[in-house]
Write a protein that binds this ligand. Structure first.
Ligand SMILES: [Zn+2]
Ligand SMILES: [Zn+2]
Ligand SMILES: [Zn+2]
Ligand SMILES: [Zn+2]
Length: 107
């Protein structure tokens, strides 16, 4: 079944409504509601933590130092995702890679 698809909010390509990342442009949360990267519960940009699992939804922008929501980009334009050694790009909120489980951010 082809499930329902939504246009990516960044590049406009269609992606599954529950996609964690856009297959076309690789940005996280391409469509639909923002979701917790850990438990996938819907979250809002104004939240400081996930209501479902308590995961902190804020991160510090490496460029401007502001505390911002975990989305792809800071208002200053810096990219906020981290790329694991395995190549998986993800929001910088989890301690371990969501794909291979390795610790992120070096040892
Ligand atoms: Zn896209
Ligand atoms: Zn959660
Ligand atoms: Zn910034
Ligand atoms: Zn990985």
């Amino acid at each position: 079944m082809p499930g329902y698809q939504h246009p990516c909010r960044y590049c406009g390509e269609l992606a599954p409504g529950d996609a964690a990342a856009c297959p076309a442009c690789g940005k996280v949360n391409p469509c639909g509601d923002l979701r917790c990267p850990k438990c996938r519960a819907p979250v809002k940009e104004t939240w400081k933590a996930c209501a479902g699992c308590g995961l902190k939804l804020e991160t510090v922008c490496p460029k401007c130092g502001k505390t911002v929501f975990f989305g792809d980009h800071c208002g200053c334009g810096a990219r906020l995702t981290v790329i694991c050694g395995c190549g998986e790009e993800q929001p910088p909120v989890a301690a371990n890679c969501r794909k291979c489980g390795k610790k992120l951010g070096g040892k």
